[in-house]
Design a protein. Structure first.
Length: 260
C-alpha cells in the first residue's frame, strides 16, 4: 500500500493547487490513501467547512489539524460529525472532535493519529504527546488496524525526532507538520518506521511560510505588529510517500514529494 502525506495547506491558493496536484500524484504513484494537514487552508488562517470540502475534493481521505484547528468556530460541527477531520488529540483548547480515526480500506484498516508537540507551543497547551500516543496506538491495535500513521504537529525538530524514535517499530510512519519547510531527512528508522521531520507546506512558493514577505520582515526588523496576510501566486506541494511492508505493517520505502 502507498500512502501520500501532504504538508500544511496554506490559504485558498494552496487548496486550489492541491485540487490540481493531488489527483496527478495519486495517478502517477498509484496512491491508495491520502492524508493532508489542512489547519491553515482557509482564507485568513484556520480551517472552514469550505476549505475542508476543497481538500476532500482534491482526493484527501483524512484531514489532520494543528494549533490553528479551533480558530474558526464554523468548523466545530465538522470536527464533531466527520470522523475523518482530525485535530491534535492531546490539545486542551476545546473538547471537540478527536485526533484518531480508522479508515476501512477493504482488505485492511488504517489508523491515523494526530498529535501536537509541547516545545515552543506554550500558548496552545496540550497534554503529553508521548503518553497520548501510547493510548491511541493501543486503541488502534484493539480496533484491528494493520497500519498506523502519525501526524506530529510540532515546532521543535528535537521533539519530532524524539517522537519518531519513540514510536519506531510501533507504527507504520511518523511525519511532522507545522513548520512549513520540508526537511531532507526522509528515512526508515532502525525498527522499520517511516519518518520525516517535516513534510513542508502546500502554498505560495515566494512567501514566508505562506505569509506576505514584507509583513514578516517588518515584524522581525522593526517589531511591527501588522496582521498577517496570506500571499498569493505560484504554488508548490510538499509531501512524502510511504510504501508499506504488507507483512510487518511497517514501511519499506520513503519518497519526498516537491512539485510546482
Amino acid at each position: 500500500m502507498k500512502v501520500l502525506a501532504v504538508g500544511d495547506i496554506c490559504a485558498p491558493d494552496g487548496s486550489t493547487f492541491a485540487l490540481k496536484a493531488i489527483p496527478q500524484i495519486k495517478h502517477q504513484e498509484n496512491i491508495d490513501l491520502v492524508i493532508v494537514n489542512g489547519e491553515n487552508s482557509a482564507a485568513g488562517n484556520g480551517i472552514t467547512p469550505h476549505s475542508a470540502d476543497t481538500i476532500f475534493a482534491a482526493g484527501a481521505d483524512v484531514i489532520t489539524g494543528g494549533n490553528h484547528t479551533f480558530r474558526r468556530k464554523e468548523f466545530y460541527d465538522t470536527l464533531e460529525t466527520n470522523p475523518f477531520t482530525l485535530r491534535p488529540h492531546n490539545l486542551k483548547e476545546e473538547n471537540i472532535g478527536g485526533g484518531y480515526c480508522l479508515v476501512d480500506m477493504g482488505r485492511c484498516s488504517v489508523a491515523v493519529i494526530n498529535l501536537m508537540g509541547q516545545i515552543y507551543l506554550e500558548r496552545t497547551p496540550c497534554d503529553n504527546p508521548f503518553k497520548c500516543a501510547d493510548t491511541l496506538i493501543e486503541k488502534a491495535k484493539a480496533d484491528g488496524a494493520k497500519y498506523i500513521f502519525v501526524d506530529f504537529h510540532a515546532e521543535a525538530t528535537s521533539e519530532k525526532r524524539a517522537m519518531g524514535f519513540y514510536l519506531d517499530g510501533k507504527v507504520t510512519a511518523v511525519f511532522g507538520t507545522h513548520t512549513h519547510v520540508q526537511t531532507a531527512d526522509a528515512q526508515i528508522l532502525p525498527q522499520g518506521t517511516g519518518y520525516i521531520t517535516d513534510l513542508g507546506m502546500t502554498g505560495v512558493i515566494n512567501s514566508i511560510l505562506g505569509v506576505k514577505n514584507d509583513i514578516i520582515i517588518n515584524r522581525l526588523r522593526d517589531g511591527d505588529q501588522s496582521r498577517f496576510e496570506q500571499e498569493s501566486g505560484k504554488c508548490m506541494l510538499n509531501g512524502c510517500i510511504f510504501e508499506t511492508d504488507d507483512k510487518t505493517g511497517l514501511t519499506k520505502s520513503v519518497k519526498r514529494i516537491y512539485i510546482m
